[in-house]
Write a protein that binds this ligand. Structure first.
Ligand SMILES: *Cc1c(COP(=O)(O)O)cnc(C)c1O
Length: 391
């Protein structure tokens, strides 16, 4: 089924589902077998071959969500990212990566690539020219991530895809922050779309998984390495992930709406110095966001006014939880300078625009009024005022 012929919530709910022929149950049956009878040399079913019934069914759903031909499900986002990169790179090759990347991806590159003989360059900015100047004769992959973490800057997906095509370079994108609800990079010419399914696909902060979507040819190339690296996901979690994705469309749209309204509220607030959200017309990439995103997403960042302490603020929150991760139905916050970017030097953090007062906000699906009330009472507390609201 071509995703374009069906609405997103229909694809989320039904696409790829396994029929329960025997009992006519409403949901996909779960096949937990790790051992299957030999059918023929072409079909050897085994969890690490990524071809159990539940893996194949969920792969079809995720492929349809990204307008791709095929998809593979992995045991984590990093399993999906590392396997995809290494599948297209060998000793002597070069990869260009954008400068603002998920920390785990950055660590994979700087800690592991040298021993594989793979060289790399990070761009200095996110403009297409920043990618172009880093291309070498042996560049085989360009890797992007948009919107970026934590400042929600955008990379022009089509411009980078076009540039790569002119140089016969494979493009990969980490599409986690947008989710397939808000952004479908294959429509703009990207070759390989990667997700940490731990985030919006799972959506309930209880699943760790990854996914890759691309053409059947590219997926087969990734599979050839994946079966040797062995990063498959347990069928039970595959089944839970299918169940989670059924509500992804409505969850993410609710999160988009909460983020948009929260961004507007924070933007007008006297105690907030800056808000970073691609849905605000003040955001430098607002026009690009309207072109390449269906929705502006559920993530935003903001800076407290000088003198207001970020950790005091988020410790004072009662409903909104401090959390390292993101994208669940519950709203969470994190101070990047104290957590994800704590190991960076202060100079490097400043260079990347990550101030000590910066707070990354992952909007959940709660009522906006309750989230606003929580922020109000936390700000009052940080300013030394007594408040009595409790939850
Ligand atoms: C969480 C995350 C990852 C890594 O995913 P895991 O499932 O934790 O391995 C990769 N990219 C982005 C943008 C993420 O947020």
């Amino acid at each position: 089924m071509d995703r374009k012929k069906k609405g997103i919530n229909t694809v989320c709910t039904h696409h790829g589902e396994l029929k329960d022929e025997k009992y006519k149950g409403a949901t996909s049956p779960l096949y937990m077998s790790s051992s299957y009878a030999f059918e023929n040399v072409d079909v050897k079913r085994y969890p690490r071959y990524f071809n159990t019934p539940n893996q194949e069914a969920l792969g079809k759903k995720i492929a349809a969500l990204e307008n791709a031909e095929a998809a593979l499900i992995f045991g984590s986002g990093m399993a999906a990212i590392s396997t995809s990169l290494i599948a297209f790179l060998k000793a002597g090759d070069h990869v260009v990566l954008q400068n603002a990347l998920y920390g785990g991806t950055y660590n994979l590159i700087v800690e592991e690539f040298e021993k594989f003989g793979i060289s790399y360059d990070f761009t200095t900015g996110l403009d297409v020219e920043d990618f172009e100047v880093k291309i070498q004769s042996n560049t085989k992959v360009i890797y992007i991530e948009t919107p970026s973490n934590p400042l929600l800057k955008l990379t022009d997906i089509k411009a980078v895809a076009d540039l790569a095509k002119r140089h016969h370079i494979i493009t990969m994108i980490d599409n986690t922050f947008a989710s397939p609800v808000n952004q479908n990079p294959i429509d703009f010419g990207i070759d390989i779309v990667i997700h940490s399914a731990t985030k919006y696909m799972g959506g309930h902060s209880d699943i760790c998984a990854g996914a890759v979507a691309a053409t059947s040819e590219n997926i087969d190339r990734i599979f050839q390495l994946a079966k040797n690296f062995g990063g498959s996901l347990s069928d039970y979690t595959v089944w839970l992930l299918e169940r989670s994705i059924k509500t992804m469309g409505i969850r993410v749209r609710a999160q988009n709406e909460n983020a948009m309204r929260m961004a507007n509220y924070l933007y007008k607030h006297d105690d907030i110095r800056a808000v970073y959200y691609p849905g605000l017309s003040s955001h430098p990439d607002y026009e690009l966001a309207k072109i390449q995103m269906h929705g502006f997403g559920g993530m935003l960042s903001f800076e407290l006014e000088k003198g207001l302490d970020a950790s005091d603020f988020y410790n004072a929150l009662q409903l909104i939880k401090p959390s390292m991760s993101l994208a669940g139905v519950e709203s969470t916050v994190i101070a990047p300078s104290l957590t994800s970017h704590a190991l960076m030097s202060e100079v490097e953090r400043k260079r990347q625009g990550i101030s000590d007062g910066l707070i990354r906000f992952s909007l959940g699906i709660e009522e906006l009024e309750d989230l606003v009330a929580d922020i109000e009472q936390a700000l009052e507390k940080v300013k030394g005022n007594v408040v009595t609201t409790t939850y």
